[in-house]
Design a protein around this ligand. Structure first.
Ligand code: HGY
Ligand code: MN
Ligand code: MN
Length: 424
């Protein structure tokens, strides 16, 4: 495949990528911002829009049993193996327009940039239905279906309205009993994900593109502190068992442990007090924990310490602390061969590559369990993400497309890649 595109072609495609990402951001559950969670009604609008782009390129479009949108662009022969390129189509509340979505839209534009020319492998563009974990508290539902990790426990989890994952799948018109059909087949050569960095590193180095070597491990838990609801006016301070005060003391302990532990990040992003009235001492407080580190040992040691602190604070205050795990994900190394190929492609696109770890979780870390997976980061202006201010530079998107074309050309010419026996 000869790259027949000029830099102005890539710039035009890049403009279309950004316009399309901003269009998809309008498909939201909320009037005032972007929120598109697992199989919510706006996800159907998103599927319709992306499918129209895929159909225009002659791709075969389908939606699998967990709501992943899949566009297939055949290779030179029907029996050709395939490469997966994609990311997620769901968002956090009040999201930006590019987290996840950019990776799907850019993959479609990469197929467009081929202008119909065929490769020795097929391309399957995949838009995962759920990566953020907003609706059910558990992330990666879409990519977990590809590696066979959507089990009865997950299907039985309920959202805030008491709707289970299984029911959400049925409500969307899909059949949860066909989940096995979503699993990776044995014709997949690998997975490549373009994603915004969501942090400050590439911008601080003045680099448009990053080469991801590994994705840090993470735990997500929900802690529940239980004390004694009581009257705010008549209960002396020394007779209280204030669940929210206990949670607050623990939250400060979370921050202080992370501040004094190199490369550890720990976040309490959600707190809820019950009954939640100004003049009532909280009898219950729920708080989530998101803790991450490149080293699995450092992360698990820190988590053990925070559990110890929750127990110590609770016993001193004569309240109780319980917790449940929502995610326990070890750090994952990206595929060395694909990562080397990405580094070459970044250089061919005229950029100085920067190898780095990802502090954010990505679907690539789930697929890496079964197939070679690798990621390309795009610079995030201001390092801002998970916020409407999230953005990308047009010229960086153009460079990403150029890099993607070089990568496909390299993989098409690589006996080691095309001749690979698939691992899934
Ligand atoms: O939270 C994360 O790591 C990602 O944005 N899902
Ligand atoms: Mn995200
Ligand atoms: Mn993401």
């Amino acid at each position: 495949m000869k790259s027949v595109l000029t830099s102005s072609d890539f710039a035009r495609l890049a403009e279309e990528v950004i316009v399309r990402c901003e269009k998809l951001a309008t498909f939201s559950e909320d009037a005032g911002g972007t929120r598109r969670t697992f199989l919510s009604p706006p996800m159907r609008d998103c599927h319709r829009e992306v499918s129209s782009w895929m159909n225009a390129l002659g791709m075969t479009v389908s939606v699998d049993a967990v709501g992943n949108l899949r566009g297939f662009f055949a290779g030179t022969s029907p029996a050709a193996p395939r490469i997966l390129i994609g990311s997620h189509l769901d968002t956090v509340p009040n999201a930006g327009a590019f987290d996840g979505i950019l990776g799907v839209v850019l993959a479609v534009e990469l197929v467009e940039s081929l202008r119909g020319s065929k490769l020795p492998f097929s391309i399957e563009v995949i838009g995962f239905s759920e990566e953020e974990g907003v609706r059910f508290g558990v992330p990666f539902i879409g990519s977990r279906a590809l590696v066979g990790r959507v089990d009865e426990e997950l299907l039985g989890r309920n959202d805030a309205n008491g709707i289970s994952v299984r029911k959400a799948i049925q409500d969307f018109g899909l059949n949860p009993n066909e989940l096995s059909k979503a699993a990776l087949r044995d014709d997949v050569l690998g997975y490549v994900e373009f994603h915004i960095e969501q942090g400050p590193v590439l911008e601080s180095l003045g680099r448009p593109l990053g080469v991801v070597e590994a994705i840090v491990g993470q735990n997500r838990l929900e802690f529940t502190f239980a004390g004694q609801t009581n009257h705010a006016g008549t209960t002396p301070m020394n007779l209280r068992h204030d669940a929210l005060a206990a949670a607050a003391e623990w939250i400060v302990a979370v921050e202080s442990l992370a501040q004094r532990t190199t490369d550890l990040v720990a976040t309490v992003g959600f707190v809820e007090a019950k009954p939640g009235a100004t003049n009532v001492i909280a009898g219950e407080a729920r708080a989530t924990l998101d803790i991450r580190h490149a080293s699995d040992r450092a992360r698990t040691e820190a988590l053990d310490e925070l559990i110890r602190q929750a127990e110590a604070i609770s016993s001193r205050r004569a309240v109780t602390a319980k917790w449940r795990t929502l995610l326990a994900q070890n750090a994952v190394a990206m595929d060395p061969f694909l990562t080397d190929q990405i580094e070459h492609a970044v250089q061919k696109a005229g950029c100085e590559p920067h190898r780095m770890a990802s502090g954010a979780g990505h679907d690539a870390m789930i697929l890496a369990e079964k197939i070679p997976a690798a990621m390309i980061f795009l610079r995030t202006p201001g390092g801002i993400s998970h916020d409407p201010a999230e953005s990308v530079h047009l010229e960086d998107v153009a460079k990403a497309l150029e890099c993607g074309q070089h990568l496909l050309t390299q993989l098409a010419a690589s006996q080691e890649f095309s001749g690979r026996t698939c691992r899934a």
